[in-house]
Design a protein around this ligand. Structure first.
Ligand SMILES: N[C@H](CCC[C@H](N)C(=O)O)C(=O)O
Length: 285
């Protein structure tokens, strides 16, 4: 099967995008296809696959699959790339529109110059903080903030936040010595998170800036994670390190995102989205 694709990235977090307005793929192929296109040796190489598709509830819909074939509920970097693609390929003719994910419907706004999208702002909706809605096991509590979390012989303070997908956020003194590879894969599959979890290590630089590293559920270390950056700013606010209603600059490995959690409850994310290549993938699994 010959499958047309576009490879795009948001701050280096790259996915293979398939436009289901133009092409159809049976559901039973999706896991194999996501694994296939993501493989750097036998496929195209990416952090996963994203489907751009019609939606009954919004202007356009999106599904995100991680490198291991697992399906996520949302993807911040992916949403900015979907917004760019939808606008530049005529799926949408407006600069403000809605995108449906498995988690929710978000509001996107593209800033355009010479018919090309330069930057995208997404209202990612409200964070989910209740323990059992993250989901995280244990007696239900309204929030999980700076709670002792023992992994092996280490005890770290965890703050858990969902942006439709689960995130375990840990604050460290220096991002350069964060135990990303040592603890990321262990915490990702920790039994206390029934659906697995994305793992972020955050260094607070000032009241307006965070350093960020991520081990993503289903993809491992990536250059950036938009829902992770949103979760990290919410976690930093809950821990009193930065303020609500202010633009917080999150320095990710692949570049910067501007995140704000406003007093109405919405989390806003602004950043870039770039096309890398397009072509045809030969799917013969
Ligand atoms: N690995 C995530 C999905 C991708 C999220 C990330 N790439 C982003 O930009 O938000 C999960 O399984 O929840």
């Amino acid at each position: 099967m010959e499958i047309p694709f576009t490879k795009m990235h948001g701050l280096g977090n790259n996915y293979i995008y398939i436009d289901l307005f133009k092409f159809d793929i049976a559901e039973e192929h999706l896991t194999d296809l996501a694994q296939g296109v993501s493989d750097i040796y036998t496929g195209i190489g990416s952090d996963g696959m994203i489907l751009i598709q019609p939606s009954d509830a919004a202007d356009v819909g999106m599904r995100i699959f991680n490198k291991d074939g697992s399906e996520g509920q949302s993807c911040g970097n992916g949403l900015r790339c979907v917004a760019k693609y939808a606008y530049e390929n005529g799926i949408i003719q407006r600069e403000k529109f809605q995108i449906e994910t498995r988690a929710n419907i978000v509001e996107a706004e593209v800033s355009v110059k010479a018919d090309l999208v330069q930057e995208v702002t997404i209202n990612m909706g409200e964070p989910i903080l209740r323990r059992q809605a993250i989901p995280m096991v244990g007696e239900d509590t309204p929030q999980v903030v700076a709670e002792p979390f023992t992994v092996g012989d280490e005890t770290l303070d965890i703050t858990a936040v969902s942006m439709g997908n689960p995130h375990a956020v840990f604050f460290v003194d220096s991002i350069d010595t964060a135990p990303l590879y040592e603890l990321g894969p262990i915490i990702e599959k920790d039994q206390r998170f029934p659906g697995g979890v994305n793992v972020e290590f955050i260094e607070v630089i000032s009241s307006r800036e965070l350093n960020f590293q991520v081990w993503e559920r289903g993809s491992g270390v990536t250059q950036a994670c938009g829902t992770g950056a949103c979760s990290s700013v919410v976690a930093a606010i809950l821990n009193g390190s930065v303020q609500r209603n202010e633009d917080i600059i999150v320095h990710l490995a692949g570049g910067d995102l501007v995140i704000k959690w406003d007093d109405n409850g919405s989390v806003w994310m602004t950043g870039g989205a770039d096309v890398i290549a397009s072509g045809t993938y030969i799917f013969n699994r």
